[in-house]
Design a binder for this molecule. Structure first.
Ligand SMILES: CCCCC/C=C\C/C=C\C/C=C\C/C=C\CCCC(=O)SCCNC(=O)CCNC(=O)[C@H](O)C(C)(C)COP(=O)(O)O
Ligand SMILES: Nc1ncnc2c1ncn2[C@@H]1O[C@H](COP(=O)(O)O)[C@@H](OP(=O)(O)O)[C@H]1O
Length: 326
Protein backbone atom coordinates (compact mmCIF):
# COMPACT_ATOMS: atom_id res chain seq x y z
CA UNK A 1 0.00 0.00 0.00
CA UNK A 2 1.43 3.41 -0.94
CA UNK A 3 2.14 5.89 1.86
CA UNK A 4 -0.41 8.39 0.40
CA UNK A 5 -3.20 5.79 0.58
CA UNK A 6 -2.15 4.79 4.11
CA UNK A 7 -2.12 8.46 5.19
CA UNK A 8 -5.59 8.93 3.68
CA UNK A 9 -6.86 5.85 5.49
CA UNK A 10 -5.45 7.07 8.80
CA UNK A 11 -6.94 10.52 8.28
CA UNK A 12 -10.30 9.00 7.37
CA UNK A 13 -10.27 6.73 10.44
CA UNK A 14 -9.27 9.61 12.71
CA UNK A 15 -12.09 11.82 11.39
CA UNK A 16 -14.58 8.96 11.59
CA UNK A 17 -13.60 8.28 15.22
CA UNK A 18 -13.88 11.95 16.16
CA UNK A 19 -17.32 12.16 14.53
CA UNK A 20 -18.43 8.92 16.15
CA UNK A 21 -17.28 10.01 19.63
CA UNK A 22 -18.90 13.46 19.28
CA UNK A 23 -22.12 11.85 18.10
CA UNK A 24 -22.13 9.46 21.07
CA UNK A 25 -21.47 12.31 23.52
CA UNK A 26 -24.25 14.37 21.97
CA UNK A 27 -26.70 11.43 21.95
CA UNK A 28 -25.90 10.66 25.57
CA UNK A 29 -26.35 14.26 26.66
CA UNK A 30 -29.90 14.38 25.23
CA UNK A 31 -30.77 10.82 26.25
CA UNK A 32 -31.15 9.53 22.67
CA UNK A 33 -29.46 6.75 20.69
CA UNK A 34 -27.26 7.61 17.68
CA UNK A 35 -29.97 6.24 15.36
CA UNK A 36 -32.52 8.57 16.94
CA UNK A 37 -30.23 11.58 16.58
CA UNK A 38 -29.76 10.75 12.88
CA UNK A 39 -33.52 10.32 12.41
CA UNK A 40 -34.37 13.55 14.22
CA UNK A 41 -31.66 15.34 12.22
CA UNK A 42 -32.96 13.96 8.91
CA UNK A 43 -35.85 16.45 9.01
CA UNK A 44 -33.44 19.37 9.24
CA UNK A 45 -31.58 17.84 6.28
CA UNK A 46 -34.90 17.51 4.41
CA UNK A 47 -35.57 21.18 5.18
CA UNK A 48 -32.18 22.28 3.77
CA UNK A 49 -32.42 19.96 0.76
CA UNK A 50 -35.86 21.39 -0.07
CA UNK A 51 -34.48 24.93 0.05
CA UNK A 52 -31.46 24.04 -2.13
CA UNK A 53 -33.69 22.32 -4.73
CA UNK A 54 -36.01 25.33 -4.74
CA UNK A 55 -33.16 27.78 -5.27
CA UNK A 56 -31.00 25.84 -7.72
CA UNK A 57 -33.46 23.87 -9.87
CA UNK A 58 -35.08 25.00 -13.10
CA UNK A 59 -38.69 26.23 -12.99
CA UNK A 60 -39.93 23.06 -14.73
CA UNK A 61 -38.24 20.89 -12.11
CA UNK A 62 -39.59 22.91 -9.20
CA UNK A 63 -43.17 23.33 -10.43
CA UNK A 64 -44.58 19.95 -11.40
CA UNK A 65 -47.25 17.43 -10.42
CA UNK A 66 -46.21 17.42 -6.75
CA UNK A 67 -46.76 21.13 -6.25
CA UNK A 68 -50.38 20.68 -7.26
CA UNK A 69 -52.39 20.51 -4.02
CA UNK A 70 -54.78 18.08 -5.70
CA UNK A 71 -52.10 15.46 -6.33
CA UNK A 72 -53.20 12.03 -5.19
CA UNK A 73 -50.45 11.57 -2.59
CA UNK A 74 -51.48 14.81 -0.92
CA UNK A 75 -55.24 14.28 -1.06
CA UNK A 76 -55.40 10.57 -0.31
CA UNK A 77 -52.43 10.15 2.06
CA UNK A 78 -51.18 13.37 3.72
CA UNK A 79 -54.61 14.94 4.18
CA UNK A 80 -55.60 11.78 6.07
CA UNK A 81 -52.12 11.39 7.50
CA UNK A 82 -52.96 10.61 11.11
CA UNK A 83 -55.46 7.95 10.00
CA UNK A 84 -52.74 6.23 7.89
CA UNK A 85 -50.27 6.47 10.75
CA UNK A 86 -52.88 4.87 13.02
CA UNK A 87 -53.55 2.04 10.58
CA UNK A 88 -49.82 1.31 10.23
CA UNK A 89 -49.14 1.29 13.99
CA UNK A 90 -52.12 -0.99 14.61
CA UNK A 91 -50.94 -3.43 11.90
CA UNK A 92 -47.39 -3.25 13.29
CA UNK A 93 -48.55 -4.14 16.80
CA UNK A 94 -50.69 -7.01 15.52
CA UNK A 95 -47.70 -8.39 13.59
CA UNK A 96 -45.34 -8.00 16.57
CA UNK A 97 -47.78 -9.74 18.92
CA UNK A 98 -48.21 -12.63 16.47
CA UNK A 99 -44.49 -12.88 15.64
CA UNK A 100 -43.50 -14.17 19.12
CA UNK A 101 -40.87 -11.44 19.37
CA UNK A 102 -38.44 -12.15 22.27
CA UNK A 103 -39.51 -8.91 23.97
CA UNK A 104 -43.18 -9.96 24.12
CA UNK A 105 -43.41 -13.59 25.14
CA UNK A 106 -45.56 -13.71 28.24
CA UNK A 107 -49.14 -12.53 28.66
CA UNK A 108 -47.92 -9.92 31.12
CA UNK A 109 -45.42 -8.49 28.64
CA UNK A 110 -48.14 -8.31 25.99
CA UNK A 111 -50.52 -6.45 28.29
CA UNK A 112 -47.78 -4.04 29.35
CA UNK A 113 -46.88 -3.38 25.72
CA UNK A 114 -50.49 -2.67 24.74
CA UNK A 115 -51.10 -0.47 27.77
CA UNK A 116 -47.98 1.65 27.16
CA UNK A 117 -48.69 1.73 23.41
CA UNK A 118 -52.21 3.01 24.00
CA UNK A 119 -51.06 5.70 26.44
CA UNK A 120 -48.43 6.99 24.00
CA UNK A 121 -50.84 6.80 21.04
CA UNK A 122 -53.46 8.77 22.99
CA UNK A 123 -51.03 11.52 23.98
CA UNK A 124 -49.59 11.79 20.47
CA UNK A 125 -53.14 11.89 19.02
CA UNK A 126 -54.11 14.57 21.51
CA UNK A 127 -51.08 16.66 20.53
CA UNK A 128 -52.01 16.29 16.83
CA UNK A 129 -55.60 17.36 17.66
CA UNK A 130 -54.40 20.39 19.66
CA UNK A 131 -52.08 21.60 16.92
CA UNK A 132 -54.16 20.94 13.81
CA UNK A 133 -57.83 20.42 14.73
CA UNK A 134 -59.05 21.98 17.97
CA UNK A 135 -57.47 23.58 21.03
CA UNK A 136 -60.31 24.86 23.19
CA UNK A 137 -61.42 26.82 20.13
CA UNK A 138 -59.12 27.34 17.16
CA UNK A 139 -56.31 24.78 16.81
CA UNK A 140 -52.83 26.02 17.84
CA UNK A 141 -51.70 26.56 14.23
CA UNK A 142 -54.70 28.83 13.57
CA UNK A 143 -54.34 30.60 16.92
CA UNK A 144 -50.75 31.53 16.02
CA UNK A 145 -51.99 32.83 12.66
CA UNK A 146 -54.72 34.99 14.21
CA UNK A 147 -52.51 36.24 17.06
CA UNK A 148 -49.99 37.46 14.49
CA UNK A 149 -52.61 39.51 12.63
CA UNK A 150 -54.01 36.93 10.19
CA UNK A 151 -57.61 36.83 8.98
CA UNK A 152 -59.86 34.95 6.63
CA UNK A 153 -60.55 37.61 4.00
CA UNK A 154 -62.34 38.05 0.68
CA UNK A 155 -65.27 35.79 1.56
CA UNK A 156 -68.11 36.34 -0.92
CA UNK A 157 -71.58 36.95 0.55
CA UNK A 158 -73.02 34.10 -1.54
CA UNK A 159 -70.61 31.57 0.03
CA UNK A 160 -71.17 33.00 3.48
CA UNK A 161 -74.95 32.67 3.34
CA UNK A 162 -74.61 29.07 2.18
CA UNK A 163 -72.53 28.03 5.23
CA UNK A 164 -73.44 30.60 7.92
CA UNK A 165 -77.17 31.25 7.78
CA UNK A 166 -78.90 33.94 9.84
CA UNK A 167 -77.32 35.40 12.96
CA UNK A 168 -74.23 33.14 12.73
CA UNK A 169 -72.97 35.26 9.85
CA UNK A 170 -72.94 38.45 11.97
CA UNK A 171 -71.43 36.65 14.95
CA UNK A 172 -68.28 35.63 13.08
CA UNK A 173 -67.98 37.97 10.09
CA UNK A 174 -67.77 41.69 9.45
CA UNK A 175 -67.79 43.55 6.13
CA UNK A 176 -64.32 44.20 4.65
CA UNK A 177 -63.11 47.74 3.98
CA UNK A 178 -63.61 47.18 0.22
CA UNK A 179 -67.35 46.81 0.96
CA UNK A 180 -67.63 43.85 -1.41
CA UNK A 181 -66.65 40.92 0.78
CA UNK A 182 -66.50 39.73 4.39
CA UNK A 183 -63.71 38.81 6.80
CA UNK A 184 -63.28 36.93 10.10
CA UNK A 185 -60.56 36.25 12.61
CA UNK A 186 -62.24 33.58 14.71
CA UNK A 187 -62.84 30.79 12.20
CA UNK A 188 -60.47 27.92 11.40
CA UNK A 189 -58.28 27.71 8.29
CA UNK A 190 -60.38 24.68 7.34
CA UNK A 191 -63.61 26.73 7.39
CA UNK A 192 -61.93 29.59 5.54
CA UNK A 193 -60.90 27.16 2.79
CA UNK A 194 -64.47 25.85 2.58
CA UNK A 195 -65.74 29.41 2.16
CA UNK A 196 -63.18 30.00 -0.60
CA UNK A 197 -61.70 32.85 1.47
CA UNK A 198 -58.08 34.09 1.51
CA UNK A 199 -56.14 33.01 4.63
CA UNK A 200 -53.71 35.93 4.74
CA UNK A 201 -51.90 38.46 6.87
CA UNK A 202 -50.41 36.38 9.69
CA UNK A 203 -47.75 33.82 10.46
CA UNK A 204 -49.28 30.53 9.24
CA UNK A 205 -47.36 27.54 10.71
CA UNK A 206 -47.21 24.64 8.28
CA UNK A 207 -49.72 21.93 9.26
CA UNK A 208 -48.15 19.61 6.69
CA UNK A 209 -44.66 19.90 8.16
CA UNK A 210 -46.08 19.32 11.62
CA UNK A 211 -48.18 16.30 10.65
CA UNK A 212 -45.48 14.61 8.56
CA UNK A 213 -42.72 15.04 11.15
CA UNK A 214 -45.01 14.26 14.10
CA UNK A 215 -46.25 11.03 12.45
CA UNK A 216 -42.73 10.00 11.42
CA UNK A 217 -41.31 10.56 14.90
CA UNK A 218 -44.16 8.62 16.45
CA UNK A 219 -43.76 5.65 14.09
CA UNK A 220 -39.98 5.61 14.43
CA UNK A 221 -39.78 5.98 18.20
CA UNK A 222 -42.60 3.53 18.78
CA UNK A 223 -41.23 0.77 16.57
CA UNK A 224 -37.46 1.14 17.05
CA UNK A 225 -37.57 -0.90 20.29
CA UNK A 226 -38.25 -3.99 18.12
CA UNK A 227 -35.74 -3.18 15.37
CA UNK A 228 -33.26 -5.91 14.39
CA UNK A 229 -30.64 -4.83 11.86
CA UNK A 230 -30.38 -3.50 8.30
CA UNK A 231 -28.73 -6.69 6.92
CA UNK A 232 -31.57 -8.88 8.22
CA UNK A 233 -34.18 -6.35 6.99
CA UNK A 234 -32.77 -6.21 3.45
CA UNK A 235 -32.01 -9.96 3.57
CA UNK A 236 -35.71 -10.73 4.12
CA UNK A 237 -36.76 -8.34 1.33
CA UNK A 238 -34.25 -9.95 -1.11
CA UNK A 239 -35.41 -13.38 -0.04
CA UNK A 240 -39.04 -12.50 -0.81
CA UNK A 241 -38.14 -11.07 -4.26
CA UNK A 242 -36.20 -14.28 -5.02
CA UNK A 243 -39.13 -16.47 -3.96
CA UNK A 244 -41.66 -14.47 -5.98
CA UNK A 245 -39.54 -14.73 -9.15
CA UNK A 246 -38.62 -18.43 -8.76
CA UNK A 247 -40.66 -21.14 -10.52
CA UNK A 248 -41.13 -24.08 -8.10
CA UNK A 249 -38.89 -27.07 -9.01
CA UNK A 250 -41.52 -29.64 -8.06
CA UNK A 251 -44.63 -28.67 -10.05
CA UNK A 252 -46.72 -31.48 -8.53
CA UNK A 253 -46.22 -30.27 -4.97
CA UNK A 254 -48.74 -27.70 -3.72
CA UNK A 255 -46.76 -24.42 -4.05
CA UNK A 256 -47.29 -21.63 -1.55
CA UNK A 257 -49.27 -18.88 -3.27
CA UNK A 258 -47.49 -15.60 -3.88
CA UNK A 259 -49.95 -13.87 -1.60
CA UNK A 260 -49.14 -16.32 1.21
CA UNK A 261 -45.44 -15.61 0.69
CA UNK A 262 -46.02 -11.86 0.94
CA UNK A 263 -48.10 -12.37 4.10
CA UNK A 264 -45.27 -14.50 5.56
CA UNK A 265 -42.83 -11.74 4.71
CA UNK A 266 -44.90 -9.10 6.54
CA UNK A 267 -45.12 -11.41 9.55
CA UNK A 268 -41.37 -11.90 9.61
CA UNK A 269 -40.53 -8.25 8.85
CA UNK A 270 -43.15 -6.07 10.58
CA UNK A 271 -40.96 -2.99 10.14
CA UNK A 272 -41.43 -3.10 6.39
CA UNK A 273 -44.87 -1.48 6.48
CA UNK A 274 -43.52 1.26 8.77
CA UNK A 275 -40.58 1.76 6.42
CA UNK A 276 -42.98 2.26 3.47
CA UNK A 277 -45.03 4.94 5.23
CA UNK A 278 -41.93 6.68 6.61
CA UNK A 279 -40.50 6.87 3.06
CA UNK A 280 -43.73 8.40 1.77
CA UNK A 281 -43.82 10.93 4.63
CA UNK A 282 -40.17 11.92 4.04
CA UNK A 283 -40.82 12.41 0.32
CA UNK A 284 -43.97 14.48 0.91
CA UNK A 285 -42.12 16.56 3.49
CA UNK A 286 -39.49 17.29 0.86
CA UNK A 287 -42.25 18.43 -1.53
CA UNK A 288 -43.68 20.72 1.15
CA UNK A 289 -40.19 22.06 1.85
CA UNK A 290 -39.60 22.75 -1.85
CA UNK A 291 -42.91 24.37 -2.77
CA UNK A 292 -44.90 25.64 0.18
CA UNK A 293 -44.77 28.21 3.02
CA UNK A 294 -42.01 30.50 4.25
CA UNK A 295 -38.96 29.11 6.04
CA UNK A 296 -40.15 30.44 9.39
CA UNK A 297 -43.60 28.87 9.01
CA UNK A 298 -42.07 25.48 8.25
CA UNK A 299 -39.65 25.84 11.15
CA UNK A 300 -42.53 26.47 13.56
CA UNK A 301 -44.32 23.33 12.27
CA UNK A 302 -41.11 21.38 12.79
CA UNK A 303 -40.55 22.68 16.32
CA UNK A 304 -44.09 21.82 17.42
CA UNK A 305 -43.63 18.30 16.01
CA UNK A 306 -40.35 17.88 17.93
CA UNK A 307 -42.09 19.14 21.07
CA UNK A 308 -44.61 16.27 21.02
CA UNK A 309 -41.92 13.60 20.73
CA UNK A 310 -39.81 15.30 23.41
CA UNK A 311 -42.75 15.28 25.78
CA UNK A 312 -43.81 11.67 25.22
CA UNK A 313 -40.51 9.88 24.59
CA UNK A 314 -37.63 11.96 25.94
CA UNK A 315 -39.06 13.66 29.01
CA UNK A 316 -39.86 10.31 30.71
CA UNK A 317 -36.33 9.09 29.95
CA UNK A 318 -34.91 12.33 31.30
CA UNK A 319 -36.97 12.10 34.45
CA UNK A 320 -35.98 8.45 34.77
CA UNK A 321 -39.66 7.51 34.84
CA UNK A 322 -40.61 4.00 33.85
CA UNK A 323 -44.32 4.66 33.80
CA UNK A 324 -44.84 5.22 30.09
CA UNK A 325 -41.47 4.26 28.66
CA UNK A 326 -41.21 0.64 27.57
C1 LIG B 1 -50.90 -0.49 20.99
C2 LIG B 1 -50.94 0.73 20.17
C3 LIG B 1 -52.23 0.87 19.51
C4 LIG B 1 -52.40 2.26 18.98
C5 LIG B 1 -53.73 2.48 18.27
C6 LIG B 1 -54.82 2.57 19.22
C7 LIG B 1 -56.09 2.73 18.88
C8 LIG B 1 -56.62 2.84 17.48
C9 LIG B 1 -57.96 2.26 17.46
C10 LIG B 1 -58.47 1.71 16.40
C11 LIG B 1 -57.78 1.80 15.08
C12 LIG B 1 -58.47 1.00 14.08
C13 LIG B 1 -58.41 1.31 12.83
C14 LIG B 1 -57.72 2.58 12.39
C15 LIG B 1 -58.53 3.43 11.41
C16 LIG B 1 -58.89 4.67 11.60
C17 LIG B 1 -58.68 5.41 12.88
C18 LIG B 1 -58.03 6.73 12.59
C19 LIG B 1 -58.29 7.70 13.68
C20 LIG B 1 -57.94 9.04 13.11
O1 LIG B 1 -56.84 9.41 13.12
S1 LIG B 1 -59.25 9.90 12.44
C21 LIG B 1 -58.57 11.36 11.80
C22 LIG B 1 -58.06 11.27 10.44
N1 LIG B 1 -57.74 12.57 9.99
C23 LIG B 1 -56.56 12.88 9.55
O2 LIG B 1 -55.69 12.07 9.52
C24 LIG B 1 -56.39 14.32 9.07
C25 LIG B 1 -54.96 14.70 8.87
N2 LIG B 1 -54.88 16.03 8.30
C26 LIG B 1 -54.56 17.12 9.00
O3 LIG B 1 -54.26 17.07 10.18
C27 LIG B 1 -54.57 18.42 8.23
O4 LIG B 1 -55.28 18.27 7.04
C28 LIG B 1 -53.13 18.88 7.87
C29 LIG B 1 -52.42 19.23 9.16
C30 LIG B 1 -52.37 17.82 7.11
C31 LIG B 1 -53.15 20.11 6.96
O5 LIG B 1 -53.89 21.06 7.42
P1 LIG B 1 -54.55 22.01 6.33
O6 LIG B 1 -53.48 22.69 5.54
O7 LIG B 1 -55.40 21.10 5.48
O8 LIG B 1 -55.35 22.99 7.13
N1 LIG C 1 -46.43 17.95 -0.06
C1 LIG C 1 -47.49 18.63 -0.51
N2 LIG C 1 -48.11 18.27 -1.64
C2 LIG C 1 -49.18 18.97 -2.08
N3 LIG C 1 -49.71 20.03 -1.46
C3 LIG C 1 -49.13 20.43 -0.31
C4 LIG C 1 -48.00 19.74 0.22
N4 LIG C 1 -47.62 20.37 1.35
C5 LIG C 1 -48.49 21.38 1.53
N5 LIG C 1 -49.40 21.41 0.54
C6 LIG C 1 -50.51 22.37 0.39
O1 LIG C 1 -50.08 23.65 0.80
C7 LIG C 1 -51.08 24.29 1.59
C8 LIG C 1 -50.50 24.63 2.92
O2 LIG C 1 -50.30 23.46 3.68
P1 LIG C 1 -50.06 23.43 5.24
O3 LIG C 1 -50.54 24.75 5.77
O4 LIG C 1 -50.82 22.29 5.75
O5 LIG C 1 -48.59 23.25 5.41
C9 LIG C 1 -52.23 23.31 1.69
O6 LIG C 1 -53.16 23.70 0.73
P2 LIG C 1 -54.72 23.59 1.02
O7 LIG C 1 -54.89 24.05 2.43
O8 LIG C 1 -55.34 24.48 0.00
O9 LIG C 1 -55.04 22.15 0.80
C10 LIG C 1 -51.63 21.98 1.32
O10 LIG C 1 -52.53 21.09 0.68
Amino acid sequence: MSSTVRNNDELYNRHYNILHTRMKQFSKSIGATSGEVLFLGSFVLNFMLGKLIHVFSSQEAVYNYYNDKRNILNQFFVKKGWAWTTVVIVVFYILILRSKHPKVQSQQEKIRLLRNGLIKYSIMTFWWVLFTQWCFGLPIMDKVFVWTGGKCQKVAEKELLRHFPGALKDKFFSPSSDGESFEASSITSYTCRKLKGAWTGGHDPSGHVFLLVHSSLYLFLETSQFWGSWPSFFGSARNLCGKLRRVPADQSAEPKSKLAQVVDFFHGTPHFIVFLLLSLWWFMLLMTNIYFHSLAEKLVGLLFAYAGALLVYYLPRYLGSSRIST
